[in-house]
Design a protein around this ligand. Structure first.
Ligand SMILES: Cc1ncc(COP(=O)(O)O)c(C=O)c1O
Length: 432
């Protein structure tokens, strides 16, 4: 085992804390609870990231999802270099935006029109504004443990960093805003039926991660998604799929293609920007045409549809579309890792189990299966933190929180997978 040094990262983190709240520009990056400073990353290539101390890691964070093809992909780099010669931002319509909208509407049939934004947060926030305008209703239903970005009304019992840092809501959210948010239990059919019986005609939209990644990976049951489609149709509410993480990840057409469900609106992010800042929302033409300037729902963005983002995103999506075997290989790679982890769990007797959908997975330190927020919260987060640190010290870069997904990329080699399985075995044994 190589003993890693974190001297430069520690120094940089100390400096960062002087100027940046908590030393980071997004909370989970702070490695709170991991008992080490976060590695400050200086470069990335293929399946690896490298830190300021010269340590090399096999990366399963993948910039929190976008890097499905691995880092610094030659085709994306080349396309970006070409676009750089043409300028970085115009604030005017471009051919690239047409191409992006056409491509996504072709791949995801429920999306008839699309609006680009700059983050997943903007996508969900805008989709809900649109849903409220379309239905002329105010209430929204979200699920405990799902994370949709940091928009005020969606921060109730949110997953991801909010769950990691035990923030039930967020300070600064007006009671008036949150009063229109109904928080339901994920995968709970009776719960959702009851909410609709009570509030059905007031509900503008149900928003959810149709496979959740933000309380760790928790797939929705088919019957649960079917029920959501049924009750939203019955009561005239909109069904909004937040596919910011799952879109182009679990399958080219996202969760909706796997479960054969047509949401009214879909939110995207991550992969569609190829590693550059991005978000998008789209859906039925009749609804989308309510957005300004064709309609009265205002939503805008100085850098929306930025040509560099469109270039990186288009290149990524085209590679995925033209090479469907990528998804088979992602499945194969991720399955190998899952089996390796599960074997070590059995052999060492450590209390843990794995949830996985395609190239997204989580090792939960719990003796119970995890299917919703309450079961996720029962995990031994201290054990996860120890595990994460042990893995880091062996050169495996995992999300520093129990409530996040590992992402396998197309760039992960057999050697990477073997090394990861070996490190996992060692970490599990050490935990006991
Ligand atoms: C499902 C989901 N929705 C929305 C967001 C927010 O996206 P962003 O961080 O780009 O604002 C995230 C971020 O991880 C996410 O996983």
């Amino acid at each position: 085992m190589v003993i890693m040094k974190f001297k430069n990262s520690k120094k940089l983190f100390k400096e960062a804390k002087k100027y940046i709240p908590g030393g980071v520009n997004s909370p989970v990056r702070a490695y709170k609870g991991i008992d080490t400073a976060p590695p400050f990353i200086s470069k990335a290539n293929g399946s690896k990231v490298y830190d300021e101390d010269g340590n090399e890691y096999i990366d399963f964070v993948g910039s929190w999802g976008p890097m499905i093809l691995g880092h610094n992909h030659p085709a994306i780099r080349e396309a970006l270099a070409k676009q750089l010669e043409l300028g970085t931002s115009y604030g005017a319509p471009t051919r690239l935006e047409n191409e992006m909208a056409r491509l996504i509407t072709e791949i995801v049939p429920s999306v008839e029109m699309l609006r680009m934004v700059n983050s997943g947060t903007e996508a969900t926030m805008s989709a809900l504004r649109l849903a409220r305008a379309y239905t002329k209703r105010e209430k929204i239903v979200k699920f405990a443990g799902n994370y949709h970005g940091h928009e005020d009304s969606l921060l109730a019992q949110a997953g991801s960093g909010a769950l990691t840092h035990s923030v039930a809501g967020s300070a600064g959210v007006p009671a008036n805003v949150i009063k229109n948010t109904i928080v339901a239990n994920y995968n709970d059919i009776e719960g959702i039926e009851s909410i609709f019986r009570h509030y059905g005609k007031q509900i503008a939209a149900v928003i959810l991660e149709p496979i959740s990644g933000n309380m760790g990976v928790v797939p929705a049951k088919q019957e649960f998604l079917d029920k959501l489609r049924e009750v939203t149709d019955q009561y005239g509410s909109l069904l909004v799929f937040d596919e910011v993480m799952t879109g182009f990840r679990v399958a080219l057409g996202g969760v909706q293609s796997l479960y054969s469900i047509k949401p009214d609106l879909t939110c995207f992010g991550k992969i569609i920007g190829g590693g550059l800042p991005v978000g998008a929302y789209g859906g039925k033409r009749e609804i989308m045409e309510m957005i300004a300037p064709s309609g009265t729902v205002y939503q805008a963005g100085t850098l929306s549809g930025n040509p560099l983002t469109m270039t990186a995103g288009l290149t990524t999506i085209k590679i995925l579309k033209e090479n469907p075997e990528i998804y088979d290989q992602l499945e194969e790679k991720a399955q190998k890792i899952q089996k390796g982890i599960e074997k070590a769990i059995i052999e060492t007797g450590v209390t843990a189990n794995v949830n996985r959908v395609g190239s997204m997975m989580t090792i939960f330190f719990s003796d119970n299966p995890v299917y919703d927020y309450d079961s996720a919260k029962k995990c031994d987060t201290k054990n996860y933190s120890k595990y994460c640190k042990l893995m880091l010290e062996m050169g495996i870069y995992l999300p520093p929180s129990q409530f996040e997904a590992f992402f396998v990329s197309y760039a992960h080699s057999n050697k990477d997978i073997e090394k990861t399985i070996k490190a996992n075995g060692f970490a599990c044994a050490k935990l006991l």
